[in-house]
Design a protein around this ligand. Structure first.
Ligand code: FES
Length: 486
């Protein structure tokens, strides 16, 4: 499935790692967070090598809506109430600095990436939510963000209220990635298999380095760190629409970026003459019924009856227990390991925040915004308690599914469908192609053994526990699993 971004840029291929090398820092993951970390380390005089399992930008970076904003849903009022104004201020400051840092890099390196300054809006159609938006605007303003409450937007429907953050931006993420990666030591198609103190192993070589940075979306090391106890994943869907098409539809290409805070709220931004419409979020592994793209299109048609789809894609986001990314030291036991994960829906600014914080930590420079992002704010025991009580029901779901064996047999599956069925007397994941060809896989996730669920929208097997995904033939699409299913 091509996103608008992958369709409009090509990135030169890099060689794989062959043999052993030595450097000062090794970054695992060639998405935006990993590449930016390597770039900022190099700028500070620290030699860095990036190991990418596939191609750079081929993970979540290509699936974003590429909004560069410190506006992360209704975050500031909640942060101030839970952790105090100082912590909320750190969050605001780090993200506002990240926006400016994008501007600096783009200018200094002359990167053509359609970087455009724009306002970012949260909006709601409900009066109760409008009250929250007023509070959000006030708190953000008190933290130094150019925020204001308004009832005027460009949206083609009335709102009860909106919060606008000025001085935000959007861009083409892969054009930027191509530019910022130029000249860095990057090895593609070199998945990290294992990490130990000062070494990262791949199939065809080892990188020895004092500093190891995990910027691979979801860390694949379970212990130490215990990230599997404090993160799950969510999916959301995007349509790139031509709202001014041959049927004479009305064009809607907003200058601002919009994010609905009501349940089922939609997100909007324009890019390359198209409207990017996002929504239909759900926890990974909980989309048995499917129909997400269809529902998004129905909602678009209500607003622009003649609109036409040009691209569709989906995003996968790591969600943390308190809504704040985990950026900093990987665990107390591994002082030279760093992690950048749990970006929620806000990968662009969080990637830059990570790069700046990790760079500062490695070069020994104190960063006043670091503590709010520290992964050490949770102990594994506290995380386990929250994980279970917070409804992140990994264990409960698994046991229910194991004992509720479905009775349908593979032969009964209609063509073009998939599901967990009986195959040769055993429970299996089966996808039946339109011509009747069966693809049969194990439904046990290789990460920690949870039962996979069929996702009809993407013909994939998705894990409800920590969000690993596999295509219908069993090939791994998303981590933390490191391998495919049998
Ligand atoms: Fe952890 Fe599947 S992703 S068990």
């Amino acid at each position: 499935m091509n996103s608008l971004w992958t369709d409009t840029v090509s990135i030169p291929e890099r060689e794989s790692l062959h043999g052993d090398i030595k450097t000062e820092a090794v970054v695992i993951g060639g998405g935006l967070a990993g590449i930016l970390t390597a770039r900022l380390l190099e700028e500070s005089g620290v030699k860095a090598v990036v190991l990418e399992g596939a191609r750079i930008g081929s993970g979540q970076t290509k699936n974003t809506t590429a909004k560069i904003t410190s506006q992360h849903g209704l975050v500031y009022d909640k942060l101030a109430a839970q952790f105090g104004m100082e912590a909320a201020g750190q969050y605001a400051n780090a993200n506002e600095k990240a926006i400016r840092e994008y501007g600096r890099i783009i200018k200094e390196y002359g990167i053509g990436c359609h970087f455009t300054e724009a306002g970012a809006y949260l909006y709601s159609g409900s009066p109760e939510m409008a009250e929250k938006l007023i509070r959000e605007a006030e708190t953000a303003k008190a933290l130094g963000i150019a925020a204001e409450f308004t009832t005027k937007t460009e949206l083609p429907f009335p709102v009860e209220g909106a919060v606008c953050f000025r001085g935000q931006a959007h861009f083409h993420p892969l054009e930027f990635l191509r530019g910022v990666a130029e000249g860095l030591a990057i090895y593609e198609n070199s998945p990290a298999l294992f990490a130990e103190e000062g070494r990262v192993l791949t199939e065809r070589g080892t990188v020895t380095a004092k500093h190891v940075v995990f910027a691979c979306h979801y860390p694949f090391i379970n212990v130490p760190g215990y990230y599997f106890m404090r993160m799950y994943q969510e999916r959301s869907y995007v349509l790139a629409l031509d709202t001014e098409n041959s049927a004479g539809g009305v064009s809607f290409l907003p200058e601002g970026m919009y994010y609905g805070v009501d349940q089922d709220g939609l997100s909007f931004r324009s890019a390359d003459g198209l409207l990017l419409l996002g929504g239909e979020e759900h926890r990974t592994g909980e989309n048995r019924e499917g129909g997400r793209y269809g529902r998004l299109m129905e909602r678009a048609k209500r607003l622009w009856p003649a609109c036409e789809e040009r691209f569709r894609w989906s995003a996968q986001d790591c969600m943390t227990l308190d809504g704040i990314p985990y950026i900093g030291r990987f665990s107390p036991k591994t002082p030279d390991w760093y992690v950048a994960t749990g970006f929620q829906k806000w990968g662009m600014t969080s990637a830059m925040v990570s790069a700046m914080l990790i760079r500062d930590d490695i070069v020994g420079k104190e960063n006043p915004d670091a503590s709010v992002f520290s992964p050490e704010r949770f102990t594994p025991a506290a995380s386990a308690k929250k994980f279970v009580s917070g409804g992140l029901h990994a264990v409960r779901d698994l046991s229910r599914e194991i004992f509720a064996l479905p009775r349908a047999a593979a032969e009964e599956l209609p063509c073009g469908h998939g599901g967990v069925v009986e195959y040769e007397g055993k429970k299996a994941g089966v996808y039946k192609e339109e011509d009747g060809t069966l693809h049969v896989v194990s439904v046990r996730c290789p990460h920690m053994g949870c039962q996979l669920e069929w996702n009809p929208d993407e013909k994939s097997w998705d894990c409800p526990c920590h969000g690993s995904r596999f295509d219908y033939g069993g090939k791994r699409i998303d981590n933390p699993a490191q391998e495919g299913i049998k």
